[in-house]
Ligand binder design. Sequence first.
Ligand SMILES: [Zn+2]
Length: 107
Amino acid sequence: MSCAICGRAGRGFGFTARREGAARQAACSMRCLDILNARGGAVYDLNHFEKQAIEAASEKAGTYLEEIGKTDLATLTREEWRQLLSTVFVAATAQIQRLTDEDAVPF
Ligand SMILES: [Zn+2]
């Protein structure tokens, strides 16, 4: 089950809202679990977060490609490709976590 806040793999943390019929939601970390608890469960419009996460990941991906001096993805080695994907994944999930911090949540 994926984390209800950032979408990473849930790792044993869980939250169930105190309302009848509420489903158990997973969290990847104490940080995301705290966010779930503070909000009474995840009921976010993730598209808003996802768009901003993609922007953050795009910048990091560009920086990585500049560092290795390649712009043609077909020329990446298997390890370079994995590193690019890792860079994008970590940047996107970190941005979603930043956006869900107390002061940044728009609701
Ligand atoms: Zn999470």
